[in-house]
Design a protein around this ligand. Sequence first.
Ligand code: BTN
Length: 325
Amino acid sequence: MNKTAEKILKILEEKKSPVSGEEISNILGITRSAVWKQINELKNMGYEINSSRTEGYELIEKTTKLLPYEINRYLKTDFIGRDIRYFESTPSTTWVAKDLCSNEDPKNLNGTVLVAEEQTGGVGRLGRAWFSPKGGIWTTIIIKPNVPIDRLFFVTMAGSIAVARAIRRMFDIGALIKWPNDIYIGDSKVSGILLELSAEADQIHYCLLGIGIDANVKPEDLQGGMKTPVTSISVENGEDINRAEFFATVLREFERRYEMIEEGEFESIVHEWKSLSLTLEKRVRITTPRKSFEGEAIDLDEYGALIVKKDNGMIERVISGDCTP
Ligand code: BTN
């Protein structure tokens, strides 16, 4: 949103009653036709504004789009999301992030958030397509974590915890985490998380934390034909959620855990993850590129690996793969 549109929006929000084009043009020192042009911009961004010849302009309803301006109303972070880049539609926020990081020093992009209303080529774990229709929250957070490479899984854990906590806190819905990093409500997946990394030797250039959340995705737009049942927060909540407020909460919850990780507080993260786990103490089938086996998920170790007791009594430490109940 450009600065003039932002200023006009602020005036309309403060007045809470119709404001004439002349008054706005006097306050901002611009022509009435410039005011009219910006009002149309705001309408295109989804703000419902009444324009009356006699009374002027009145804000009727805020936009439901995930505009940075709307997210900022609720954002209480120090650095995550202080720079938010918005896309109406993009193939994948991950690809946009990769492009950005190859053109700018990733150090200067630490905490930058990309968010899209829809993705036309979303990518999920194990190279699977990730269906990303309108109504969801499709985001990539660029970070340059100051942690040893073997602790990077904690960044995804922080992401999963953040999404589960935000759902619980705002809607009192018992979201849980399925190892490695899926968020479930009941038997259905509501969010997936994917960490991509650019590193060499033991030096991390940057990490891209991709988070997909079926926030306000309508039941008919939830992808059918997936192996896992899927749901959205709005379906579980019974009505649409305020995505901007929810997203700002996720970012805040993530930042808190991320800071703990950088402080080396791994045990607390493991503890919290376990308290939100859907996987522990359950029978699971583990599928890795090399093998597949069943057993009971008995623990999560200090690196975030799943400890599975196989049916033959052997203990297996799983660091990646698919886990199904
Ligand atoms: C999964 O397979 O469960 C992880 C899905 C991660 C999807 C997110 S949506 C935002 C970002 N852009 C993508 O193309 N993928 C990630």
